[in-house]
Design a protein around this ligand. Structure first.
Ligand code: BTN
Length: 270
């Protein structure tokens, strides 16, 4: 169901005539804002279209995981971009979105979340939110037809609002001591993502330097999980495409890309 209240609140918080202001869709409930945005993109929705929901019944994360999205407690946000470039140029899009999301939280709440490579926002060793980017490639031109950047941020959850299995690792802005309106956070996110898009293809080095600065995985002993396989390594840094550079106990090094692996600390989530 489409409702307009939150869209107009967000609009009032953006500079007048913000290019993305006319394309904010606010839904009370949806299975996943990313899935909804994808359908809109397929139907030709312009770059800068934003879908926000109060509730997701099937919020999705990386590697087929679910993202807990209880009504009225989190920001569930998806943005359609049409960057018109080959997909290889967007390998670090999740990193760029992570920096924008972390900076939006800093602007509104005065807390700078760290980023657990590659797509989790973290406060004090617990997961505050996550990013799910999805690309559609035009087979004829081999360029990106559209990109969906999905961002979920836990705002008002108390411990008991999280499913029991994620309670030990989840946090929210409320639990971090900050009271924030989703619309205020959404407006900050829109401003940061708009700046990010303007710099995306020209300031890669700066974006990746910002990502590395916020990335809490660097320097840690980690487990790399690929299906059933687990390998131990030390995270050394991030390469220019956003892959994690790791060193194995035998001294060999490798770049791990985010497609198929998840990373855990040796003794838990971080
Ligand atoms: C992850 O934890 O792996 C990423 C979570 C991404 C969640 C956001 S919420 C808005 C958008 N819609 C979804 O279904 N997923 C993303």
């Amino acid at each position: 169901m489409i409702s307009t209240d939150m869209s107009s609140t967000i609009l009032n918080l953006l500079p007048p005539d913000h290019p993305w202001g006319q394309h904010i869709i606010h839904l009370e409930t949806v299975s996943s804002t990313n899935t909804y945005a994808k359908e809109l993109a397929r139907q030709g929705a312009p770059s800068g279209t934003i879908v926000i929901a109060d509730h997701q019944s099937g919020g999705r994360g990386r590697l087929g995981r679910s993202f807990s999205s209880p009504p009225g407690l989190g920001l569930y946000f998806s943005l359609i971009l049409r960057p018109n470039c080959p997909p290889e140029k967007l390998m670090y899009l999740t990193c760029a979105a992570g920096v924008a999301a972390s900076d939006a939280v800093q602007d509104v709440c005065g807390i700078q979340p760290g980023i657990k490579w590659t797509n989790d926002l973290v406060i004090e060793k617990n997961k505050l939110g996550g990013i799910l980017t999805e690309l559609s490639i035009d087979p004829a031109s081999r360029s990106v037809e559209y990109a969906i950047i999905g961002i979920g941020i836990n705002c008002g959850q108390r411990q008991e609002d999280f499913p029991p299995e994620i309670r030990p690792i989840a946090t929210s802005l409320h639990l971090a001591g900050v009271k924030v309106e989703c619309a205020t956070l959404a407006a900050a996110l829109i401003r940061k993502l708009f700046d990010m898009e303007a710099r995306l293809l020209t300031q890669k080095d700066r974006i990746m330097a910002d990502f590395s600065q916020r990335c809490i995985t660097i320097g840690q002993d980690i487990s790399i999980v690929r299906g059933d396989q687990v390998q131990h390594a030390k995270a050394l840094g991030i390469d220019e495409d956003g892959a994690l550079v790791v060193q194995f106990p035998n001294g060999s090094r490798s770049s791990v890309s985010c497609g198929e692996v998840s990373i855990r600390g040796m003794y838990g989530y971080l």
